[in-house]
Design a protein around this ligand. Structure first.
Ligand SMILES: *Cc1c(COP(=O)(O)O)cnc(C)c1O
Length: 399
């Protein structure tokens, strides 16, 4: 039901007792799904084949599809993106300090800390929310072993500049590409850069395998090491060649991943159309800026920056008001990893050299997009935001 123009006066807002705009909660991350029948057919096939894990046919097929889609030589599918990062960090024998953004999902930093490395928080560029190469350069010490960049929201890092720094200082360069499947840097798919890159196929990601991840690389020896480590170091039925862990992706996840990847062009088309609609809806609203994304993006994240003086309300007040309307806008990645534990306690002064991170953490919010979000919803959200902005002063006074 189209519920346009449902807010005329302040008491119509759910925060003040009105009926919520949406009858059910609308989340930022609802999964993109392939048709149910396709998935069920694969489930039947998996039961028939009686092969549930350990390099099964669906796993092999999924890895081949990933290599094909990204134009990369090797893809090693794993049980989740976090363990993919950890395998890669170990396979590269990283030591000491690793330079990493604070403005990322906590797993990027946890992977380092979990393995006893020291994350060195680095500031980001305000335009792309990715590592600022100048800040990276300033943080390199004799203890630095690597740079871990994050292609946040699918926006590529400044790869050429980071490559030059890594080369100059003899550092490893790796990327957390959890958001960036099928996104590009200078015409080439992400997944091909640095020593290796790590994707996530968690339920909320652009392509999902329920839970899952993959490491991609063009380095043959590294790929072989990663494959060994993923399966306890086994090279044969009873021969173990290296320290390993269980990071295997099972057949069910690989099958769901395949079907999701097969439908990824539809997901992108839907996301892009959502992005354009939001752009149109938000263009007239002072103080709300939609993060520009390149045409080659997967458009999985709808990222806004709220300028409080222009909008008239704080970001946090707006989020509170939207939650009351059952619109579950999110403050990703508030408050920045350096302010989460254990990092806040370990590095209490980290914020001092992260001005862009700290400013963005106060003004970024994400709205729902993806295949679960319709054009009607976006129109309703646009009208709500317009109403709130034009009544910002009265709302402030009433709270
Ligand atoms: C989701 C995500 C991860 C972790 O991936 P999982 O598959 O959930 O372990 C890592 N980094 C970023 C930036 C993410 O968004």
């Amino acid at each position: 039901m189209l519920n346009t123009m449902s807010k005329h006066t302040l008491p119509d807002l759910a925060l003040f007792g009105g009926t919520p705009l949406f009858a059910e909660k609308r989340f930022v991350g609802r999964p993109n799904l392939a048709p149910t029948d396709e998935i069920l057919a694969d489930m039947r096939q998996i039961l028939d084949q009686r092969w549930l894990s350990n390099d099964g046919p669906y796993l092999k097929g999924f890895e081949a599809m990933l290599c094909q889609s990204l134009g990369v030589k090797h893809s090693i599918a794993v049980s989740n993106g976090t363990i993919g990062l950890e395998l890669l960090i170990r396979a590269l024998n990283l030591t000491g300090e690793v330079i990493v953004p604070s403005f990322t999902f906590i797993a990027t930093v946890h992977a380092l800390q979990w393995l006893g490395l020291t994350p060195v928080f680095c500031d980001i560029l305000p335009e792309t929310h990715t590592l600022d190469p100048q800040s990276v350069a300033a943080l390199i010490t004799p203890r630095t072993s690597a740079i871990l960049g994050v292609h946040l929201w699918g926006l590529p890092c400044e790869i050429t500049a980071l490559e030059a720094l890594a080369e100059q200082h003899g550092l490893k360069l790796i990327f957390d590409a959890a958001h960036a499947l099928l996104c590009e840097y200078r015409g080439r798919k992400l997944g091909n850069f640095g020593h290796a890159e790590v994707f996530s196929f968690h339920a909320t990601k652009f392509v999902n395998s329920l839970e899952g991840g993959a490491i991609t690389t063009n380095d043959d020896a590294l790929a072989e090491r990663l494959r060994l480590m993923r399966n306890f170091g086994f090279v044969d039925y009873d021969q173990v060649e290296a320290l390993g862990i269980n990071a295997k992706m099972n057949e069910v996840c690989a099958a769901v991943g395949q079907s999701s990847l097969r439908h990824s062009a539809n997901f992108i088309a839907h996301n892009r159309s959502n992005y354009r609609l939001y752009h149109k809806q938000l263009a007239q609203i002072p103080g709300l800026k939609l993060l520009p994304l390149p045409e080659s993006s997967n458009f999985q994240y709808l990222v806004l920056a709220l300028e409080q003086t222009e909008f008239g309300l704080s970001r946090d007040r707006l989020v509170q008001l939207l939650h009351a309307e059952n619109l579950i806008a999110r403050r990703y990645f508030y408050p920045g990893c350096h302010r989460a534990q254990p990092y806040a306690q370990l590095y209490p002064a980290a914020g001092a050299h992260l001005p862009v991170t700290e400013a963005l953490a106060e003004k970024v919010l994400l709205l729902p997009t993806g295949t679960a979000v319709s054009a009607e919803m976006i129109e309703e959200i646009g009208e709500l935001l317009g109403f709130v902005q034009s009544h910002a002063a009265a709302i402030s006074a009433a709270i």
